[in-house]
Design a protein around this ligand. Structure first.
Ligand code: ZN
Length: 241
């Protein structure tokens, strides 16, 4: 179950001797990392409600969950929690579901005729696992070879952040970043590697705090061994392919 049809690699690195591989595999199966489509599974009526209406509705749901757990929702410390969580879901951690939040697609001419690979590495990833609604925290490394146009460096960070702010699986996030940059830069020659910790693996279930998940998506020239090696050398990953 480690393999996903979209991502060439998914590696869980084990650094704790006490960890049994069978336990880890069992946990990953439970995690059901296989996703069916590179598009986020949104319904056609996903934006029928305004953000304010969504917050009102989610507020009641969060209140209900906490009340069901037996919490006294009149306690001063808990009173504001449903509203806080609802706003955080709609406006922050799932704010990248809204198409109007997508970073603008502006590019510039490649004036310097720089024809080599450009790598933006160690881009912070904060996302949310859609199977457990727990954080995914890590780094994305993005590269492209210009086909005549270039993007501002921070554009790559913004694209990573936009797609991360959704209920996600890492493989899909990886692919969405590459597809968007391919579209913006009008070239297939884009690659992205993500190394991230999944709190659903690190903090509950198997509770392996050391393991992280590595995924990679390599388009165009990055499918060639030499170019791929150069990219991985830049980001100093020794992952074998
Ligand atoms: Zn999960």
């Amino acid at each position: 179950m480690l393999l996903c049809k979209f991502a060439p690699i998914v590696v869980y690195s084990l650094r704790q001797d006490s960890m049994k591989i069978e336990d880890l595999l069992e946990n990953i199966e439970d995690h059901d990392h296989l996703s069916s489509n590179e598009e986020t599974p949104l319904r056609a009526d996903a934006f029928a409600l305004s953000d304010a209406e969504k917050i009102e509705s989610i507020k009641k749901d969060v209140h209900h969950i906490l009340e069901t757990l037996g919490m006294d929702m009149t306690d001063d410390s808990l009173k504001g929690t449903p509203n806080r969580v609802a706003k955080m879901f709609v406006q922050e951690i799932f704010g990248g579901l809204r198409p109007d939040k997508k970073p603008s697609a502006s590019t510039f001419d490649n004036k310097y005729k720089y024809g080599e690979m450009l790598v933006e590495k160690n881009i912070v990833v904060y996302s949310t696992c859609e199977h457990h609604l727990l954080p995914i925290v890590g780094r994305a490394h993005v590269a492209y070879i210009s086909n005549g146009s270039v993007v501002g460096l921070s554009k790559m960070n913004r694209i990573v952040d936009y797609y991360a702010k959704r209920p996600q699986v890492q493989e899909r996030l990886n692919i969405q970043i590459v597809r968007e940059l391919q579209k913006v830069l009008n070239t297939d020659d884009v690659a992205c590697v993500i190394d991230a910790k999944h709190l659903c693996v690190n903090s509950r279930g198997i509770r392996d705090i050391e393991s992280s998940t590595v995924t990679g998506e390599f388009g165009g020239k990055f499918k060639e061994a030499g170019i791929r090696r150069e990219f991985l050398d830049y980001i100093k990953m020794d992952t074998k392919f």
